[in-house]
Design a protein around this ligand. Sequence first.
Ligand code: ADP
Ligand code: MG
Ligand code: MG
Length: 251
Amino acid sequence: MSTLEIKDLKVGIETEQGHKEILKGVNLTINTGETHAIMGPNGSGKSTLASTIAGHPRYIVTGGEILLDGENVLEMSVDERAKAGLFLAMQYPVEIPGVTMTNFLRTAKTAIDGEAPSLRTWTKDVKGAMEKLRIDPDFAARNVNEGFSGGEKKRVEILQLELFKPKFAVLDETDSGLDVDALKIVSEGVNRAQEENDMGTLLITHYTRILRYIKPDFVHVFVDGHVAEQGGPELADRLEEEGYDRYLAKA
Ligand code: ADP
Ligand code: MG
Ligand code: MG
């Protein structure tokens, strides 16, 4: 079992008005095999948390720690984080002109594992994973993210998840812009990665919709840069009914 620990994490950004504190002491521990949902209103700092785990240079850590099996994640480069077993969807959101999906996936897999995957099984794995996610085989020859629709980008995100087999995945608003069919396919992919690879998942979402398909073990309500309440799946049901008003009144 592996553990991702976030301890009293404080993060801000530099703005024209000076330093703005966004995360005000986040505490969260995830073990492999567990799904944690982070739910909260817009502007509460959810994406800032995801970007900080991903190592986005814009976000300045002013306190606290992120540890993966005791190793200091904050000292790792973005590549080192991927090698250590963190899957950060935002790492590859961009179009990469002249690089086909096939080449990108193989290069990334080689970097993460430290050795090239066996050509025979790799081709089969990619084909199988694409089929399961109902990604058109033509995608393999297309340039990374070039002209992909929102839904196609999300499927390709989950394709990476299936192929790279990370210990932990941080999925920020994976449900946004997906119709119900795409949402189901994407959710099934996350659930498969969880079951087959014992992946730990940090599922960040504003809405409860995706939680009908990906069942969280733990729910954290995120308000004003910290975890305001923690509970089990029943907490998501309550949020679906009541929204975030009760927390915002307190914040
Ligand atoms: P959420 O994902 O919960 O909607 P964010 O992490 O995106 O919240 O944003 C939290 C707060 O930090 C917001 O007030 C947002 O405007 C601000 N913020 C986040 N990133 C930036 C940035 N790069 N530049 C300026 N403000 C930012
Ligand atoms: Mg937002
Ligand atoms: Mg966000």
